[in-house]
Write a protein that binds this ligand. Structure first.
Ligand code: GDP
Ligand code: IMO
Ligand code: MG
Length: 422
């Protein structure tokens, strides 16, 4: 069997959690391969909403195995909070969640460093979620980091040594930070992690593949936040793209099967950085309201704009997307016409290629398609799609040259339409 990968094609929050939950019945194992608690993946079923940050979105299907892979960065404190919430809902997931020994640990001082770095940047700040992601990946590539496997032996000393280094770094900033405040709950978090089976996940995942088990890898963030290909420096610190699934799980490229690329029928971004199709007017406000566009991790209002084909084509290319998933088409129901960005004009030159930088004075060329007024949220089959929605889908498919196989029409598990013919 091969590993299928589901990942975001925009700036995150495309609906990955919801769709992973919907697809989980088809798979034996669900994995996360990068990112950490900067992610907020929302699932809704039986009128209950769950937001997951560290744990794969297959967790509510209790007969499935979930794995936190080596490419993930794991914060014991945030992890325990999430486990506590699930246990309060009556779930015991110690049997169906495995954790890689090689996943790097987000330590309290990483969160302090994240905060200090953002404070010092002032206006040019990234808009980080302040979960310690950047400093933890810096320690990973700088070869200073601690990994989950390190909690099994002499952890306190290892943390004390790294904390010393971090405190030296912190002393270079103008402001003073109280580290102890951030350390509350660390020991409990480490104890909580120890209740789980900690594994050499690259072996386990490859053994599952050998045994014929099906694996779905769940991306976090989105392609435009990728450390190499996103809108640098306004990105996250991991490879969010398909290749990240190989390094983040120890799976060879020839073991990757389907690549599901998920996108919203419009576009959002949370945090700083360029966003060519951003709307600063009433339409943007309407999208935010209708789409409930507020961050699942930080609660910040998400910036909203029209769909961007230049960026989407780039994401499809970088990831080798084989199937598309479109979410939140229902949110567009109130718009008479829908705009789609088709090219950029930079320094007087028109381009359809996502460029090195997105300058503030760039222009965006749009095409306009008729909208639909029907409420999509109760639809059960593609045969019920309004004509204009079909036309929108046809247009996107022909531009992106990949079929849209799934259309999500609401936040609930049941509001998902699989297009048989696509
Ligand atoms: P993720 O980070 O990619 O998992 O996405 P988030 O959970 O951060 O954000 C997606 C939001 O849209 C969540 O509130 C979902 O419940 C919601 N959502 C997902 N799919 C749809 C959809 O098709 N329509 C609507 N209206 N909401 C959706
Ligand atoms: P999911 O998985 C949307 C953004 C932050 C910030 C930048 C860097 O829910 O789609 P970081 O904390 O990683 O250093 O922040 O990336 N960001 C996200 N935006 N969805 C996410 O995750 C995000 N994770 C990080 O807002 O601009
Ligand atoms: Mg999210």
């Amino acid at each position: 069997m091969k590993v299928d990968v589901l990942l975001g094609l925009q700036w995150g929050d495309e609906g990955k959690g919801k769709v992973v939950d919907v697809l989980t019945p088809k798979y034996d194992v669900i994995t996360r391969f990068q990112g950490g608690p900067n992610a907020g993946h929302t699932l809704e079923f039986n009128n209950i909403k769950h937001v997951l940050h560290n744990i794969p979105s297959g967790i509510f299907h209790t007969d499935k195995m979930n794995i936190i892979g080596n490419g993930v960065v794991l914060d014991p404190i945030s992890f325990k909070q999430e486990i506590d919430e699930l246990e309060a809902k009556g779930m015991d997931i110690t049997k169906n969640l495995l954790i890689s020994k090689k996943a790097h640990l987000i330590l309290p001082t990483h969160r302090v460093l994240d905060r200090a770095s953002e404070d010092s940047k002032g206006k040019t700040k990234i808009g980080s979620t302040l979960k310690g992601i950047g400093p933890t990946y810096m320690d990973k590539t700088g070869r200073n980091g601690l990994r989950v496997g390190d909690i099994l032996n002499n952890f306190d000393q290892k943390y004390a040594d790294l904390k010393k280094k971090h405190q030296q770094l912190l002393s270079m900033y103008d402001k003073e930070y109280d580290v102890t405040e951030y350390e509350v709950g660390l020991q409990e978090g480490i104890d909580c992690l120890k209740r789980f089976t900690i594994i050499d996940s690259e072996h386990s995942i490859n053994n599952y593949i050998k045994e014929g088990k099906s694996v779905l890898a769940e991306g976090a963030q989105g392609t435009l936040l990728d450390i190499d290909f996103g809108s640098y420096p306004f990105v996250t610190s991991s490879n969010t793209i398909c290749a990240g699934a190989c390094t983040g799980m120890g799976v060879a490229p020839n073991k990757i099967g389907e690549v599901y690329g998920i996108f919203k029928a419009y576009c959002t971004r949370v945090g700083s950085g360029p966003f060519p199709t951003e709307l600063f007017d009433e339409t943007g406000e309407e999208l935010r309201k209708a789409g409930h566009e507020f961050g699942a991790t930080t609660g910040r209002p998400r910036r909203c704009g029209w769909i961007d084909l230049v960026a989407l084509k780039y994401s499809v290319m970088i990831n080798g997307v084989t199937q598309l998933i479109m979410t939140k088409g229902d949110v567009l129901s109130t718009f008479k016409t829908i705009k789609v960005a088709t090219s950029y004009i930079i320094d007087g030159v028109e381009t359809k290629e996502f460029p090195f930088e997105l300058p503030e004075n760039m222009e965006v060329v749009y095409t306009e398609l008729p909208g639909w007024s029907e409420d999509l949220t109760g639809l059960k089959s593609e045969n019920e799609f309004p004509e204009e929605l079909n036309a929108y889908i046809d247009y996107l498919e022909s531009e992106l040259e990949v079929p849209i196989k799934i259309v999500s029409v609401g936040p609930d598990r049941d509001q998902t339409i699989i297009r048989e013919e696509a």
